[in-house]
Design a protein around this ligand. Sequence first.
Ligand code: UDP
Length: 316
Amino acid sequence: MKKTVLITGGAGFLGSHLCELFLAKGHRVICVDNLLTGKTANIRHLAKNKDLEFVKQDVSKALGVPGPVNYVLHFASPASPPDYMKYPIATLDVGSRGTRNALDLAESKRAVFLMASTSEVYGDPLVNPQPESYWGNVNSIGPRSCYDEAKRFSEALTMAYHRYRKVDTKIVRIFNTYGERMRKNDGRAIPNFACQALANKPITVYGDGSQTRSFCYVSDLVDGIYRLSASAEHEPVNIGNPNEITLLTLAKIIIKLTGSKSKVIYKPLPVDDPKVRRPDITKAKKILKWSPKVRLEEGLARTINYFKASARGLGT
Ligand code: UDP
């Protein structure tokens, strides 16, 4: 029997990869998206598949579909810092009303609920790497708070539905992820650096470039999420790649991989930009038997090829 998986934010970067994965596993997928930062082009290659249904709906306002639903994956939200700072109210709405609507749907359908949380719940962390047990260091009123606090609220609401309403819930804390179908202008480091390098334009490193991130290739990430959806774990699980590098090193790797003539230029560091970030993935390794497989250079080469093809009008 085919299972039905409803994915909010299914036309976004991660959502579209999840649509693809769950279809490939033989499930029916309902992709719900209001196309604020997602786009139908992200799922166009799946359009011929009869098991995919697209519903244009703002999940902050309402979320209802007829028939059985076995899984609700709540991935709707702007996720890049420039996006959520451009749409702060919509970000808070989808991480509060949207999460509530998605949880109510899961409860009424007796479906498994999986919430896309984030390493941003750790804020500018005072411990590195970050285990799930770390409570974080978050500025509740800064420019990133619309995203960080919406996700922290979503986690709290998800745990309340689990504890008091017995919904079968999961929470994945997603660390920086990259790959095909990121928007070239979404403002995050990898699309910016890759597109700047391909155009031989200056690479914009914010601050002195000594801040760190740990970048996970998208196929590894969705594999971890798939495993979590099938697990019996209800508390948050970090999914990300623990290979921590500075942003300046990332810029240099991308210049090398593209053979670019670009030079690094320095721009001001955004307010509250975390200085370090690295997932402790001990828990995911143990309970999901998961660890990332794709090396940074390999994933970056694929992503750069995608941006190259997009620039020639061949990408989605
Ligand atoms: N960053 C940068 N140049 C850019 C875009 C981002 O140096 O053109 C830095 C940003 O300040 C942060 C890191 O790259 O320290 C990762 O930023 P991103 O927006 O990709 O995601 P974040 O981890 O902040 O959510």
